[in-house]
Design a protein around this ligand. Structure first.
Ligand code: C5P
Length: 227
């Protein structure tokens, strides 16, 4: 299992300060909407300047018509990131278009599909998708698997079932992790490290429990000791 640290701080300077503090550790860094919209591709270069070995997950959750998603995926190829994601609810044709467009690149990033956002309660989810989270997440995962993606973003509670209906090798990346039972914030379906390990999650994403701590490096070290 690998640790992915979410860089969700209010300014570029604060994010880079965090990166600097944890530069000695073998972790992935997740760059999401907030940072990418504000700081752009240059921010990715700034991270690599601190430590070129950092792996970067660009969490932009693409959702659009197939051709636009494939175009966006091609643009992402120029950024040198190691992982990016799309929404499974964009449909199989969109996911297939993305994979087809990037298949001829020598080294392509890992591509994941978002199933159900971990902030959804079952009730909120049903209002949008008219099915419960577990069954819809399974279906989204199956679609992503059949479209040639490498894995999905899901909550730890769906990981075991998804691997069972796709493949053990089909990756799961789970946000909403509170490593040692910390405050959940707006997340509804949170799990700790022990649970994530028990269901063979491949990547855990941790944001607030690290960047809100007085000593982020210590938290990262404590998490890595457990993995
Ligand atoms: O602070 P916290 O640990 O809750 O951060 C979780 C991160 O994972 C945030 O950056 C959030 O955008 C992201 N995320 C999520 N649920 C998903 C996909 C991504 O919480 N399904």
């Amino acid at each position: 299992m690998e640790l992915c640290v979410a860089l969700d701080l209010p300014t570029k300077e604060e994010n880079l300060e965090l990166v600097e503090k944890i530069k000695a550790y073998d972790v992935w860094l997740k760059v999401g909407f907030r940072s990418y919209i504000r700081d752009g591709a240059e921010f990715l270069q700034d991270i690599k300047k601190i430590n070129p070995d950092f792996k970067i997950f660009l969490d932009l959750k693409l959702y659009d018509i197939p051709n636009t998603m494939a175009d966006a995926a091609e643009s992402i190829m120029g950024l040198g990131v190691d992982m990016f994601n799309v929404h499974a609810s964009a449909g199989k044709r969109a996911m297939e278009a993305v994979m087809q467009r990037i298949q001829n690149y020598e080294k392509r990033p890992i591509v994941l599909a978002v199933t159900a956002l971990t902030s959804f309660s079952d009730e909120e989810f049903q209002r949008v998708y008219e099915k419960n989270i577990a069954s819809k997440a399974d279906q989204f995962a199956k679609d992503a698997y059949e479209s040639g993606l490498d894995g999905v973003v899901c909550s730890a509670f769906e990981s075991a079932s998804i691997k069972k209906i796709t493949s053990e090798k089909f990756m799961t990346l789970t946000p909403g992790i509170r490593p040692f039972g910390e405050d959940a914030g707006d997340q509804k379906r949170v799990a700790d490290i022990n649970f994530a390990q028990s269901v063979k999650v491949d990547f855990i994403v941790v944001g607030r429990p690290i960047y809100k701590s007085k000593n982020p490096a210590e938290v990262v070290e404590k998490i890595l000791e457990k993995l």
